[in-house]
Every structure is written in C-alpha cells, then in structure tokens.
Design a binder for this molecule. Structure first.
Ligand code: UDP
Length: 240
C-alpha cells in the first residue's frame, strides 16, 4: 500500500445515489465494503462526511434563513450520514467511531484529536461528523483541517467523475483529464475541486488531494494502492 493513514472525504451526495434526497442504503453498504478492504490491508482510514444530501446551509440562507443557524442544521445533517456509515461498517465487523465537532455525547464521541489518532492506531475507522463545528465552513475544509491535524498523508476526495478536466466532460466529449495539478493552478483557475479555503489549507500543509470516481468498483482500494485512478492535486509527487 502506498499510504499508511488516509483521509477519505465523502460528500453527502455520494451517499444519496440517484435518490435525489437522503441516503441510499445499498450505496452506503457498497462504500462500506470498499472501506473494509482498505482497512483489511492495514491502512488507517479517517472519514469526513458531508451533508448536502440532507441540508445545505447556503441554500437555506438564500431562501431567507439565518446563515449561521442554517449552517448548524447542515452540520447536524452530516452526523446522520456519519452514523449511517458507522452502522454499515459495523454490520461488516469494521470497528468504527464517530466523533462530532458539536457535542452530542449520547450518540457519538466528541472530537478529541489525540483520541482519534489512538483509534486509528488501533485499526478503527474514525468518522468525523458535524463538520468543523463552525458555520460558514464546508466539509471539504473540514477534511483539509482534520487531515492536517491527524497527519494523514493524503485526502481522497470521492466524486462522481474520475478526476479534474479542462472543461466539463458531460458537455464536451474532447475534455481532457489532468493527471496532476498544482494547488496554485486549481486556485488560479477556480477549478471546483474543493472550495478555496480547503485547497489553501492543503497547500499550506502540503497534503495532496486525489480526486477520483467513487462509483467505479474497488476505486477506493486502487487509490490507496497508489494507482492513478483520478487527478492528484499538489504534493511534491504531483506537481507538474
Ligand atoms: N457546514 C458548516 N460548517 C462546516 C461544515 C459544514 O456550516 O464546518 C454546513 C454547511 O451548511 C454545509 C452543510 O453543513 O452546507 C453540509 O456540508 P457540505 O455542504 O460541505 O456537504 P457536502 O457538499 O460534502 O455534501
């Protein structure tokens, strides 16, 4: 395996499948099986889950809701996803802990960095719920933050496409996929890989981001084995 400790960023939409809202249990179960294969190979896996399949603060605030309140609701939505994924992992005997950035100790541990690292060292999957605990942030930025905190070697950003293209592959059949890109290129060209805050945080901490298609079979395992399954952003190995 190319990595020892990785951080996987799953958007809420990844758990939704084709449903349009909420959680598709079959998709979650498939993702859990892929994660189990990675864990079985001895790689430590931390996960940040989004909440966009249930609630997005920025959308609700555009319709008149107070932004901070809407963002707190969005963060709570991510905890539902985190607990769902925990259940799917534990169904297949992968010990998993959810840690939340907003305390809800009846259902999950509070986020404690050293404890999260200890869980990982023991081979448990750690899912970080409730984003960063702060409104006006995203779970992409949370992924960058937690990856830096726990010393993850790489962020795997699971998406619906197999990397970053120079134009929209859905609209342009000639669109070219990048194998690797610098953080600066992503920021300067406003490529919508992750929000700018997340990219900047990764750049500052030299954490590479692998953008890959979650829905191709075994892609998580292949990515962790170091296969170029998508586009890698930044990191000395990736700079073009
Ligand atoms: N959110 C937040 N602070 C954070 C992370 C998330 O306020 O640190 C809120 C925000 O309202 C966001 C929602 O939680 O819209 C769901 O997260 P996100 O949109 O990042 O999920 P994803 O797009 O990955 O599904």
């Amino acid at each position: 395996m190319a990595y020892q400790r990785v951080l996987l960023k799953l958007s809420g939409e990844a758990l939704m499948g084709d449903l349009g809202y909420g959680i598709d249990p079959q998709i979650v179960s498939d993702i859990a099986k892929d994660i189990a294969a990675v864990v079985a190979s001895g790689v430590q896996v931390a996960i940040v889950v989004g909440g966009g399949n249930i609630f997005r603060g920025v959308q609700a605030s555009a319709k008149g809701m107070d932004r901070a309140t809407a963002d707190y609701i969005g963060m709570i939505a991510t905890v539902m996803n985190a607990m769902t994924l925990q259940d799917a992992l534990e169904q297949i005997d992968i010990p998993t802990r959810v840690q939340t950035a907003i305390a809800m100790q009846e259902v999950a541990e509070p986020y404690i960095r050293r404890r999260a690292i200890r869980h990982l060292e023991k081979g448990r999957v750690v899912i970080f719920g409730a984003g960063s605990g702060n409104p006006f942030f995203t779970t992409d930025t949370t992924a960058a933050l937690r990856a830096a905190e726990i010393d993850a070697e790489v962020i795997f950003k699971a998406t619906k496409v197999d990397g970053i293209y120079d134009s929209d592959p859905a609209k342009n059949p000639q669109a070219k996929r990048y194998e690797s890109l610098t953080y600066s290129h992503v920021l300067a060209n406003d490529l919508r890989v992750m929000d700018g805050t997340a990219i900047a945080l990764c750049k500052e901490n030299d954490i590479p981001i692998m953008v890959f298609n979650l829905f191709e079979k075994s892609n998580i395992v292949r990515a962790v084995q170091g296969e170029p399954v998508g586009t890698i952003v930044g990191g000395s190995c990736a700079v073009k």
